[in-house]
Design a protein around this ligand. Structure first.
Ligand code: DAT
Ligand code: MG
Length: 170
């Protein structure tokens, strides 16, 4: 059993593809173990795509995942869990370049290539176990996932500031 990270990217959200994508992913029979709507700041974006820092399309990729091209400043982040979760989702997602991806795959059906050359490919999914662990730990806290997909520990922190719901005064 393994976990994989899926992101529905800003183009997927803007074009109302969430339902279609989740339906396609349900074909895998994998379990959704976590889900968050996330506003992606530059720091998170650059960490997520850190392995592509040297690529000529890096800056555009960062702005894309931050939602700057689709006036949707968010992504939907999901953790799928189950047997062979990583290759199952990868296969359904299709190749990185949507023009070369299998036409029945999610990226093949819904992705496109911009004139700049950037691949707007609708979803992200982890490529292998090592990346899945790094990415899931970047996007999720242990408490946001319904089971411990990786080892956890309990630490006590003094004077950590936390935003909580304001109590209503009757
Ligand atoms: P994947 O998303 O399939 O794991 P990746 O990790 O190599 O692929 O790249 C991350 C994203 O960067 C990818 O989804 C789209 C963009 N990208 C990758 N290679 C590209 C290229 N040659 N030209 C334009 N965009 C590219
Ligand atoms: Mg990748």
């Amino acid at each position: 059993m393994e976990a994989t990270l899926v992101l529905i990217k800003p183009d997927g959200l803007k074009r109302s593809l969430t339902g279609n994508i989740l339906t396609r992913l349900s074909e895998t029979k994998l379990e959704i173990a976590g889900a968050r709507v996330v506003r992606v700041g530059r720091e998170l974006a650059e960490k997520h795509y850190g392995h592509l820092r040297e690529k000529p399309f890096f800056e555009e990729l960062i702005r894309y995942i931050m939602g700057e091209f689709h006036d949707r400043l968010k992504v939907l982040a999901l953790v799928y869990y189950g047997e062979d979760a990583i290759p199952k989702v990868r296969e359904l997602a299709g190749g990185t370049n949507p023009e070369e991806a299998d036409s029945v795959s999610i990226r093949g059906a819904y992705g496109r290539v911009l004139t700049s050359g950037l691949f707007e490919n609708v979803i992200h999914c982890s490529a292998n176990g090592e990346e899945a662990e790094r990415e899931i730990k970047l996007w999720f806290k242990p408490e946001d996932i319904i089971f411990d997909v990786y080892e956890t520990e309990t630490v006590t922190r003094e004077s950590v500031k936390e935003v909580v719901w304001k109590e209503k005064k009757e």
